[in-house]
Design a protein. Structure first.
Ligand SMILES: *Cc1c(COP(=O)(O)O)cnc(C)c1O
Length: 575
């Protein structure tokens, strides 16, 4: 479903509307509209919108053919919208770009091309037998939009006054509400279900089970009980005074996901999904894993819940993560070594999706982070939301206030979204996600999706993806296996695009330094992934007010990283 918002009048309005994930914005050039804009403003708007995946529509009513062409020549509009009184001859001038033709009862000109042009119905009920895709408009608001769509079956909806506070002033909250209603599988412009036909049915089944079972009281009571008595929640919130002092700050608090059973936040999601699968009547679980952390968490949940478990793991990873492979096998899981492609995580995900397409009657795919096709990002975020909910309450209890800054490392994005969610509504709290800066800024030297990634589709969702010039998935690198992935969860892409959260990087070297500093100053060995969040804080500490209250999500413990670091000579231990 396409969304077009008409009557954009300022560059700031354009930026906000584009960032929220709208497909088209309409600029009105007619003097009869209160939302008319001049060419100079239109130029600024086109410039601003270039950074987004939103197309600019020039809306014309009664301008002459020459005027329309002159405006298009100045702006290079993406789409031309012609109302009945705009000269029909103009249609012939725009055979090279899409036209939106406002029909409303008039005969459709033969010059229109169904392959690229749209019809817009403002007043009358669309004629669904025409060979064109069409928009509906007129009196659409959030209470009637779904009924209007069901009735008219359009390709898109065109909104203007339905999303305004007062005439000409757009209400961004309302636009977001609209988007959530009309595109429920998206976070703004990101997310969706980009999967082969075969996977649509299992994804729909899962969405239904998520709403009907996982959000129900009975499931929640059982899940909360397991989180408490099996995982060991609530995890502590620890003030780290020595570490804070060492970096020139006064108030640094760590949310201790390292203290969970299996040693990282991943168990929250794995347990939630496996419990849901069991309630759905599934007997078998498949999962992908990179370094093996999610594989171990899933195998653990399956052992406890009595489910069969098969873990897909790239052959390269099977060889370099032998202890986790042994652990999974000990827990009763079958580990399948994937030799396709680069034989790493992305190939393991492909293989798991392939398995699921033919096995979903009996099998749940337990995806390990907050990405993939909808509803996976939603489900994972929900099961991880316990992190932020606990941290927010603990922070208030221990300090009598709220954090100024919340930091988390971002691989696929599950621990970060887990902690961020509770704080998103409070815009005073700054949220920062930290990606793997690796050893450089070149392609293949990092996993910094928000630094050098582009919009793309990987593993069923539309999001920021590191890719080569011709759109192939780029190689990635990080000293921490959990951050070493080419795409990022779609909700993070949305938080980035809308500016609600910002994203930065920490390099391998910075992470190793943070790893050692927290260990030696506090007696807490952080996971290398979590060390990226600490490293970012170390780097920016001097720019913060010294009384800044900081919350860092310590996503996991570093015991798993130690053998590899020693073996590779990346850290040295004095005798
Ligand atoms: C897997 C992992 C991560 C990265 O995954 P997210 O989904 O981004 O949280 C971070 N920290 C630890 C300890 C991990 O095991």
């Amino acid at each position: 479903m396409l969304i077009k918002i008409c009557g954009i009048t300022t560059p700031e309005m354009a930026r906000k509307v584009a960032a929220s994930g709208v497909d088209y914005i309409g600029l009105l050039f007619t003097k009869h509209s209160p939302r008319q804009i001049d060419l100079a403003t239109a130029k600024q708007i086109c410039e601003v919108v270039k950074d987004y995946d939103t197309q600019v529509v020039g809306v014309f009513f009664d301008e002459s053919q020459e005027q329309i062409q002159a405006i298009d020549a100045a702006l290079s509009l993406d789409v031309i919208q012609l109302h009945g009184d705009a000269p029909r001859a103009a249609i012939a001038n725009f055979t090279h770009k899409p036209i939106i033709y406002v029909a409303d009862g008039k005969a459709l000109p033969a010059e229109l091309n169904p392959a690229k042009d749209f019809i817009l119905y403002e007043k009358i009920t669309p004629d669904s037998t025409i060979p064109f895709r069409y928009f509906i408009a007129g009196g659409i608001d959030k209470d009637n939009v779904l009924a209007r769509i069901a009735e008219a079956n359009p390709a898109g909806v065109d909104l203007s006054s339905g999303v305004e506070i007062t005439r000409g002033v757009k209400d961004y909250g309302k636009i977001r509400e609209f988007l959530a209603l009309v595109k429920p599988t998206y976070y703004g412009a990101f997310g969706g279900m980009y999967v082969p036909e075969l996977l649509i049915e299992p994804l729909h089944d899962l969405t239904k089970a998520y709403h009907e079972i996982a959000l129900g009281n009975e499931f929640q009571a059982e899940f909360i009980n397991l989180l408490k008595n099996y995982v060991g929640r609530p995890t502590a919130l620890t003030e780290v005074k020595n570490f804070a002092k060492a970096i020139g700050l006064k108030h640094v608090y760590l949310k201790r996901e390292d203290l969970t059973h299996t040693g990282a936040h991943k168990i929250n999601n794995a347990l939630g999904q496996c419990l849901l699968a069991k309630k759905m009547g599934k007997t078998r679980i498949i999962a992908e894993t990179g370094a093996g952390q999610h594989g171990v968490a899933t195998a653990t949940a399956c052992a406890m819940l009595g489910l069969e478990c098969k873990v897909y793991m790239g052959d390269v990873d099977v060889k370099r993560q032998a202890p986790n492979v042994a652990k999974m096998r000990l827990l009763g899981a079958e580990v399948i070594s994937v030799t396709d492609g680069s034989a790493t995580l992305k190939d393991a995900v492909n293989e798991a999706l392939r398995d699921w397409a033919s096995s979903y009657e009996t099998t749940h795919y337990c995806l390990g982070t907050a990405l993939g096709p909808y509803p996976f990002p939603q489900i994972c975020a929900r099961f991880q939301s316990v992190i932020g909910n606990e941290a927010k309450a603990q922070f208030a209890e221990q300090t009598g206030s709220k954090p100024d800054l919340v930091i988390a490392c971002v691989g696929g994005g599950s621990n970060a979204i887990g902690v961020f969610q509770a704080f998103i509504p409070d815009e005073e709290i700054k949220l920062v996600g930290v990606e793997a800066g690796g050893y450089g800024t070149g392609v293949g030297e990092n996993a910094a999706r928000f630094q050098s990634g582009r919009l793309g589709v990987l593993h069923g969702n539309r999001t920021y993806v590191l890719q080569t010039q011709d759109g192939q998935i780029a190689d990635t690198h990080s000293v921490s296996a959990g951050l070493d992935y080419a795409a990022v969860g779609p909700q993070h892409s949305d938080l980035f695009a809308t500016g609600r959260a910002s994203y930065d990087v920490a390099s391998d070297q910075e992470a190793l330094h943070a790893f050692q500093l927290l260990t030696s100053s506090e007696g807490i060995i952080p996971a290398l992934e979590s060390s990226h969040a600490l490293a970012y804080l170390i780097r920016i500490a001097k720019d913060l007010p010294s009384d800044c209250k900081v919350l860092v999500n310590l996503s996991g413990r570093g015991d798993k990283d130690l053998p590899g670091l020693l073996e590779r000579g990346l850290i040295h231990v004095a005798h």
